[in-house]
Write a protein that binds this ligand. Structure first.
Ligand SMILES: Nc1ncnc2c1ncn2[C@@H]1O[C@H](COP(=O)(O)OP(=O)(O)OP(=O)(O)O)[C@@H](O)[C@H]1O
Ligand SMILES: [Mg+2]
Length: 412
């Protein structure tokens, strides 16, 4: 059956970007596109003809099993639509058709599982979040003998190894072909969804996650920050506010603690900082208790504190000082993204994060924080002068109510 006939049977009408991808008979196809462009659907329907053609074997490999699920569901649903009832197994998620075609989901997190069988096709789901090593050591060779083909549907993630694959297919190098598209090229996505994303995301995140663009972090990390917007003199906690603390431990490096509260709109107010080197932890605790007491006197309630998870001993000592803490989430690049989103302007024209002008160390660190441009693959900030910044990140992540890591482009 020709692909077009199969698509008709499924009532699938690829949009122009998908059609160009289906029309290509390259053996290795790299489909870079923004979220919801239709990558997973197109990839799944592209391999359907192999699945239908006989006793073939194909793998869906993702950074995690979860990220193979969309392609797996599309394939399973299509088989059902075509009247087939494949046998399903759950560990690993897989299906076998009545004519013996196999579809197996695998996680690149356990690359050993990627050894073994030869395969006819491979979809590397959200490949930008798979390690280059997992591909080169465990996957590339799988395709060799059966002349298997590979599809790489993913949103980009900076100039990492996926960019190299993408470049190979630009010049029609050998058997490669590449495609790159923006979310809005899928006519099935309501424009309002795109507008909302443009409003709620930092510009470069939007360009990457919706524009399907390769972007490289450079210069200032917190580009959204402007003194005139984010800094307020004499910032007061709202009446009866719950006061949160976030702590980054240090002795030769500064010990940094921030006090924050949320207003009725969920805006985060950073009210105080304590930033000090060379003091025993008991003395730091003393200073913190004094500040806590000040907030209590003003009618606030002292709420949870979040501290560097690598400081287990320090956290225990603070606990003994009557200052219990939760281990903060210390995943850096995703946390930075959450802080940046907080810094964006809201509908009322004010940002989601305000900082009291007395937090001079925090402000200095925000202004000096730079991306590490020597290692574009890692996408990390330069590790210097980031103590109050770590505390700010702990607090923002802890308070992020609903975090959609995948769409934040921050899959760790
Ligand atoms: N040609 C099409 N006709 C109708 N609907 C489509 C078409 N292509 C994609 N869609 C719909 O668009 C949505 C996104 O599709 P899909 O899951 O394939 O996108 P994706 O690019 O893989 O998204 P994500 O970035 O979330 O993984 C789905 O609801 C899908 O059914
Ligand atoms: Mg997808």
């Amino acid at each position: 059956m020709k692909p077009q006939e199969l698509f008709e049977l499924l009532h699938y009408h690829p949009h122009a970007g998908q059609q160009a991808f289906h029309d290509s008979d390259a053996r290795f196809k790299v489909l870079i596109a923004g979220a919801r462009f239709g990558k997973s659907l197109a990839a799944a329907r592209d391999v359907l003809r192999e699945i239908l053609s006989g006793k073939t074997r194909g793998w869906l490999v993702g950074p995690t099993y979860d990220l193979t699920r969309p392609e797996f569901r599309y394939i399973r649903d299509d088989l059902y639509r075509l009247g087939e009832r494949p046998l399903e197994r759950s560990n690993p998620p897989s299906l076998t058709t009545s004519w013996g075609a196999e579809v197996i989901c695998l996680s690149a997190h356990s690359p050993q599982a990627l050894l073994g069988d030869e395969i006819d096709w491979l979809i590397l789901c959200e490949a930008a979040h798979i390690e280059r090593d997992a591909f080169e050591r465990f996957l590339r060779a799988r395709l060799a003998t059966r002349s298997g083909r590979m599809i790489v549907p993913t949103t980009p993630h900076g100039y990492n190894w996926i960019f190299d694959l993408y470049r190979r297919g630009l010049g029609h190098e050998g058997e490669w072909q590449s495609f790159r598209h923006a979310t809005w090229e899928n006519p099935n996505i309501p424009p309002g969804e795109i507008l909302a994303a443009r409003r709620d995301l930092p510009a470069d995140t939007f360009d990457e996650q919706y524009g399907g663009a390769f972007t490289s972090p450079s210069g200032r990390v917190y580009r959204e920050y402007e003194r005139g917007l984010h800094v307020v003199n004499g910032l007061e906690p709202p009446p009866g506010a719950i006061i949160f603390k976030a702590i980054d431990f240090g002795y030769t490096n500064p010990f940094a603690c921030l006090w924050g509260a949320q207003d009725s709109d969920g805006r985060l107010l950073i009210l105080r900082e304590h930033y000090c080197t060379g003091l025993a932890l008991s003395r730091q605790a003393e200073a913190m208790r004094v500040i806590d007491a000040g907030f209590e006197k003003a009618g606030c309630e002292i709420g949870p504190a979040f501290a560097d998870p690598s400081g287990a001993l320090e956290r225990r000592l603070l606990q003994e000082e009557g200052l219990p803490t939760h281990a903060a989430d210390n995943r850096v690049s995703g946390g930075i993204e959450i802080v940046r989103r907080r810094m964006l302007l809201r509908e009322d024209g004010r940002p989601g994060l305000l900082i009291d002008s007395g937090c001079t160390n925090l402000l200095r660190e925000i202004e000096g924080y730079q991306w590490d441009e020597s290692s574009l693959e890692r996408r990390m900030p330069r590790k210097a002068d980031d103590h109050a910044l770590d505390a700010l990140r702990y607090l923002c992540v802890a308070l992020a109510r609903k975090v959609d890591w995948k769409n934040a482009g921050t899959l760790w």
